[in-house]
Structure formats: structure tokens, C-alpha cells
Design a protein around this ligand. Structure first.
Ligand code: GLV
Length: 332
């Protein structure tokens, strides 16, 4: 027997984060390169005091209910829509996540998708690779014409840390920037670079729209068929937040008709994307497999912060990045 807390980690992580965790905990790691099936997850979490999980693990009330010894949950993600936060809070279980460390990397991907969709980069790449660039076609005046990014209006749906980082990039590209948010926090250093807009104004006036709200009951389906139909004709949509915010079927229909000119999508309602998804057949969509934070340095920082959160909580200290700080409310 040992008094080291038992931790279940649902995946092997790159870098040294798990070795760091093993210095103070008895570590049980899901060694496969797959999501633990619900029964295996429940069985392993039932024996644990700490849980290190990914956004692909569903941490619901039933799972938490079956884990009487569980004292801390830490996710290697900024989003926590896969965790039943009220259920964890009711149990007094702090939930850690990884804000801040992935902000700039995710903003980079949002901008990469925006540029790629605007200038049809993947289509152009396919054109060259498939041997379609051949004489007599050398430089065609109308080949693969896209949309200008400079001088265009970017609408940010949500203005948290990642939305703000995208706004700064847009400023560098000479875009006009507008943002919508339910909670209009002070603009700070973005004052003069962007102005607030109402939801419908943002839809109607944005040449590019980038999604940066968290997925929550109030934002699920925010870009529904009505909202998509209200977007400026020929606009480009970018989503690096969560697929559930956009009505994917309505988006595919708008893209097929050209009402929305193009989209850059890193996140989907169901992941991995269903091989039957109509999005796969559309040339005007750039698709990436949920890689917003996927740089070597950022994934290492996320793993390190997730481990710090867990180690702190299991040692009875406050998590450096806690998604439900209410758990500390009464006691501190
Ligand atoms: C990625 O989507 C994250 O939430 O970290």
C-alpha cells in the first residue's frame, strides 16, 4: 500500500509530462492509441483519485457518481464541454483545463484556414499535384481566383483570448475587424482595432467570419440555418472552436449553392468526420482534423499545465487553471 494518490491518464502524452506526474502519483495509463470505451473508462476512474483526460473522453455525472474516491479531474484541453461541470462542482471536484498556453497556436490555425479558404490553397495544390497544370495552360487570367483578405471585414463570433489573438493577426493583414459577444469585456489593447457589432449586423457585413465562442447550451447551433442564410453572400466561414456551434448540414447546403463561398473547418459536430459527410465532396471547403493547438511546443505546454493542475489539486492546493473555481468558494 502507498499513500501516493492513484491517477488514471486516458492517453500516453508526448514529452515528459506523464513522467513528471509519476513522480508524485501511482499512474495508471491507458496505453492504447484509442479512446477508452465507456465501461473501461468507468472501471479505471472508479479506482482513481485523479483523472487526466482528453476532450474525447466523456466525463458525465454517471461516471463521476461511480468514482467515490475521485478528487480532481484535469483535461488536456481548453474546452471543457466534454465534462459535466455542474456535476463535478456539486461533488467539490476541481476541473482543470489549459487556457492561455494554446491561444496563439490556435489563432495561427484559424488564420491559416482563413487564408487557405480565401485563396483556395488546397484546391490549387490539388491542381498541381493531379497534373492539371500543363501546357497550353501556363498562366491563366482566371485560374483559381479567390478572395482578397486585405481590406475585407472579419467578423469574430466570440472575443475570448483566441478571438482576440485572431483580431491582432487580422489587423496585421489590413482587415476591418468586428466582434460579437454576449459579455462585452473591455477591449483593452484592441481599442481602435475592432468595434463591437450586434449578432445580425456581424452576419450581414462580414466577408470572413471566424467562430470563437465556447460550446455551451447557449451557443449550440448558434450558426443555425437562419443565421447562415443571413450571412453576407459570398462570405467565408472559419471554425476552430467546436463543430456543435454550426448547423453542419445547413452549412454544406450553403457551400454547395455558393451562398457561402468557402469554409475552413477544424472542428465538426461528430469527430472524426463521417466519411459520408457532404462536406467531403465540396471543393470549396478546407478540412483539418481538430489540430488547432497542434504544435509541438504548445502540446507540451498543455500537457505540462494539465499535470500541474492535477498535482496541485491532489496535494490539496488550488489548481493554477481551474474551470470551476466555485469549488474553492466556501473554503478559501
Ligand atoms: C481543443 O479544442 C481544446 O479545447 O483544447
Amino acid at each position: 500500500m502507498t499513500d501516493r494518490p492513484r491517477v488514471f491518464a486516458t492517453r500516453v502524452l508526448p514529452g515528459s509530462a506523464l513522467a513528471e506526474l509519476a513522480r508524485s502519483c501511482d499512474l495508471d495509463v491507458w496505453a492504447e492509441r484509442s479512446i477508452p470505451p465507456p465501461a473501461a473508462l468507468a472501471e479505471r476512474v472508479a479506482a482513481a483519485e485523479g483523472l487526466l483526460c482528453l476532450l474525447t473522453d466523456r466525463i458525465d455525472a454517471a461516471l463521476l457518481g461511480g468514482a467515490p474516491r475521485l478528487r480532481a479531474v484535469s483535461s488536456v484541453s481548453v474546452g471543457i464541454d466534454h465534462i459535466d461541470l455542474p456535476a463535478a462542482t456539486a461533488r467539490g471536484i476541481p476541473v482543470g483545463h489549459t487556457p492561455g498556453v494554446l491561444t496563439e497556436t490556435t489563432a495561427d490555425l484559424a488564420f491559416a484556414l482563413l487564408l487557405a479558404a480565401a485563396r483556395r490553397v488546397p484546391e490549387a495544390d490539388r491542381f498541381v499535384r493531379e497534373g492539371r497544370w500543363r501546357p497550353p495552360q501556363v498562366w491563366e487570367p482566371d485560374l483559381l481566383l479567390g478572395r482578397d483578405v486585405h481590406g475585407a471585414t472579419l467578423g469574430l463570433l466570440g472575443l475570448g483570448a483566441i478571438g482576440r489573438a485572431v483580431a491582432r493577426r487580422a489587423g496585421g493583414f489590413g482587415m476591418r475587424v468586428r466582434a460579437w459577444s454576449r459579455s462585452r469585456r473591455p477591449l483593452g489593447d484592441l481599442e481602435g482595432l475592432l468595434r463591437w457589432a450586434e449578432f445580425d449586423e456581424l452576419l450581414a457585413t462580414s466577408d470572413f467570419m471566424s467562430v470563437h465562442v465556447a460550446l455551451a447550451p447557449g451557443t449550440r447551433g448558434l450558426l443555425d440555418a437562419r443565421a447562415l442564410a443571413a450571412m453576407k453572400p459570398g462570405a467565408v466561414l472559419v471554425n476552430t472552436a467546436r463543430g456543435g456551434i454550426v448547423d453542419e448540414e445547413a452549412l454544406a447546403a450553403a457551400l454547395a449553392e455558393g451562398r457561402i463561398a468557402a469554409a475552413g473547418l477544424d472542428v465538426f459536430a461528430g469527430e472524426p468526420l463521417d466519411p459520408g459527410s457532404p462536406l467531403l465532396a465540396l471543393p470549396n471547403v478546407v478540412l483539418t482534423p481538430h489540430i488547432g493547438s497542434a504544435s509541438q511546443a504548445t502540446r507540451a505546454r498543455m500537457a505540462a499545465l494539465a499535470v500541474e493542475n492535477l498535482v496541485a489539486a491532489l496535494a490539496g492546493r488550488r489548481m493554477p487553471a481551474c474551470a470551476n473555481p466555485d469549488v474553492y468558494g466556501q473554503s478559501r
